[in-house]
Design a protein around this ligand. Sequence first.
Ligand SMILES: NC(=O)c1ccc[n+]([C@@H]2O[C@H](COP(=O)([O-])OP(=O)(O)OC[C@H]3O[C@@H](n4cnc5c(N)ncnc54)[C@H](O)[C@@H]3O)[C@@H](O)[C@H]2O)c1
Length: 292
Amino acid sequence: MRLQDQTAIVTGAANNIGRAIARCFAAEGANVLIADIQDEAGEAVAASIRSDGGEASFFHADVGTDAGNREMVAAGVERYGGVTILVNNAHWERRGSIEELSEEDWDASFDVLLKAPFLASKYAVPHMRAAGGGAILNLTSVHGFQVSPGYPTYETAKAALIQLTKQMALDLGGDGIRVNAIAPGAIPSDEMRAENADDPIWHERNILWNVLPTVGRAEDIAQGALYLCSAEARFVTGHTLLIDGGFLLGFKGLGGTRVQEFLQRHPELLEYDLSRPLGPAAHIRGKDAAEQ
Ligand SMILES: NC(=O)c1ccc[n+]([C@@H]2O[C@H](COP(=O)([O-])OP(=O)(O)OC[C@H]3O[C@@H](n4cnc5c(N)ncnc54)[C@H](O)[C@@H]3O)[C@@H](O)[C@H]2O)c1
């Protein structure tokens, strides 16, 4: 087992990518603290890991706050005797142009997207140092490398997170703490894939910009996370690993050509509801769902 005797905190692990990372790490022997604001979904992930023979428990943490991060790390230490892996994965953002967004939207987005990785790392680092080292993994995005309409909070925060990853890697390397990031392409959740299984157009749209003609899965990200947080990556730090099916390679040239061909093949799309989310829009629901 590649993470035997490790304790991992995974934020935003009640859903999709965080959930897959939590499952993967537990299957590789780690004790996993699932931190999220969605209690029911988070408890369900922990229970499913335990029923598969792994060790996991849920902790309600709002990582947009200082107290949430501090208490989350304290819970990991109290329950499992330390923290050696931290995955900063939670996500919430408000989308819109800079004229549409309020100051509160900006702050609330940045609290979760950028301040949370800073605070969680700040509180976890002393425990990693005490353990002789550790691994921090930040979930950024292909949107940290490009711009698209209406994403000022997300894209700015994700680009800054790539820089923060390098900064922390530089500062913490001497303590044996490695800091890396993963930039996923579009990863619809398992639920979304199942919901749209009978819709070939949904599938086709989802792979439109990928070089590899396949829809990304949370498990693809979890496998990268496992590598970066395991001893196999002992000489890797400050790196951002793209796991995007080639999205960034093909985005400008290939994507444009494919959109043209796609629309020629599907003139009926004039009637199709193009506002239906492919996956990433589901992120916005996380906090709202928990608040209901
Ligand atoms: N899914 C994709 O297509 C994709 C693409 C690129 C990057 N990413 C990044 O990967 C990470 C995971 O994405 P995902 O699709 O699994 O997201 P998701 O929206 O499915 O899940 C995010 C989780 O974060 C939790 N969360 C929200 N606010 C929180 C808070 N204040 N405190 C604690 N938890 C909170 C939500 O409850 C939810 O469980 C994110 O950082 C995201 O930006 C995702």
